[in-house]
Design a protein. Structure first.
Length: 379
């Protein structure tokens, strides 16, 4: 007889189905190595690709239809890595089917869908976590540790950028507006202070080529947003671009404190800079090496914070991208299930981070008018 969810919970193993096997495939060996997870099933629409990955990772239960995942009584939670337009409805259907949800970013592309997910989480008591890589990157964990130990002093200002040239990526990106994929810049500035955004003001700048404008309905090449953090006097500046702006890929955040400030390197692969107040001018800035935080993880998944090319399991580069965050995300969600607590970020935090981008685009369309974040994201 199949054990019930509660029986399995006491056995501390949760059955996960991975949905979407592009980026999602990078998480498969991590789940297979985590002591509290059992990688029960995989799902993608293309059957040949599904079988290729199922064979490579030794996963027998394979679904081409998402509905089949949801009607499988053995699945405790889904980890959704489908294209952006599918995140919201897939999360909603999973919660309705009684499954916990881990979903890649963003939570949704409308305020209404974010609200529906938060309502379902509140009604069902199920867990929802947006798998935001930046707040489990080694840079974020390093800054959070420095901040909590008082080394930065009082935070005065933060800024974050995410320029990425999306030419050559799946074509649904052409229908996106820059600020609808903004959680990589929103999350570090709010996450560091554990704050919520209260309101935003955003300007659109420049223009994309005609075909991108027609598909996305947005002419701006860059969206540049200021946000105000609720119950705080700290503001932050964020900017995003997807097309037609020359810049190497970067997901950066800078933090300015009274004692120390951190600035992300301008060129990928170079060391970041730490500034210390009141030193002789030539000594204020120093290049630093960011430590790894694998020691926070169960021994069996520590290796996934580093770049590993596992030739036996296709050529996925594990963990090296996204600041070594992937095993930390898996561990946080499984720990939340195991300890029966909210994961971080939980549903309303994920909604606040996601709605910053949605409200920012609305503001840009109104010439920079202030737009308040919806109340349900502030609780
Ligand atoms: N740093 C990050 O957080 C980060 C990085 C990369 C990608 N992502 C996110 O991951 C998601 C996937 O990105 P990608 O580059 O792998 O995209 P992709 O389009 O290459 O892959 C999407 C996968 O989802 C599957 N899929 C689509 N519709 C489905 C359905 N109805 N049922 C089952 N499976 C379905 C596809 O078969 C494919 O395997 C995107 O939303 C992207 O935003 C996040």
């Amino acid at each position: 007889m199949t054990p019930s969810l509660s029986e399995r919970s006491s056995g501390k193993q949760f059955q996960v189905a991975m949905v979407g096997l592009g980026f999602g495939a990078e998480f498969l060996p991590i789940y297979q190595s985590h002591p509290n997870a059992s990688l029960a099933a995989i799902c993608r629409r293309n059957e040949a690709e599904l079988n290729r990955i199922g064979d490579a990772f030794g996963i027998n239960r394979r679904y081409t239809k998402y509905e089949e995942v949801l009607s499988d009584p053995e699945i405790d939670f889904v980890h959704i890595n489908s294209p952006i337009g599918d995140h919201a409805w897939m999360s909603i259907e999973a919660l309705k089917a009684g499954k916990h949800v881990m979903c890649t970013v963003p939570m949704a592309t409308s305020v209404e869908d974010c609200q529906r997910i938060c309502e379902l989480v509140a009604e069902t008591g199920l867990k929802y976590m947006m798998a935001e890589t930046v707040v489990y990157s080694r840079e974020f964990l390093f800054l959070k540790e420095m901040y909590e130990q008082g080394e930065l002093g009082k935070i005065q200002y933060m800024q974050a950028s995410h320029p990425q040239d999306m030419d050559g990526w799946p074509d649904y990106w052409e229908r996106m507006v820059p600020m609808h994929y903004a959680t990589h810049v929103v999350s570090p500035v709010l996450g560091l202070l554990n704050g919520r955004a209260e309101y935003v003001s955003c300007l659109g700048s420049g223009e994309v080529r005609d075909d991108i404008r027609e598909k996305s309905g947005c002419s701006f090449a860059v969206e540049s947003c200021h946000l105000k953090i609720a119950e705080s006097n700290v503001a932050a500046h964020l900017w995003r671009t997807l097309y037609d702006t020359a810049r190497q890929y970067r997901e950066s955040f800078d933090v300015y404190g009274t004692k120390k400030s951190f600035e992300w390197t301008l060129v990928e692969g170079e060391e970041h800079v730490l500034h210390t107040a009141k030193k002789p001018e030539p000594e204020i800035a120093e290049r630093i090496t960011i430590p790894d935080y694998a020691h926070l993880l169960p021994e069996s998944i520590r290796k996934f914070t580093q770049s590993i090319e596992d030739a036996g399991h296709l050529s996925f580069i594990q963990g090296g991208g996204h600041g070594g965050s992937h095993p930390h995300l898996v561990h946080e969600f499984l720990s939340a299930l195991h300890e029966d607590r909210d994961p971080w970020p939980n549903a309303t935090t994920s909604a606040n981070w996601t709605c910053v981008g949605i409200c920012a685009h609305e503001s840009a369309q109104k010439g920079g008018e202030i737009v308040q974040l919806p109340q349900f994201t502030l609780v």
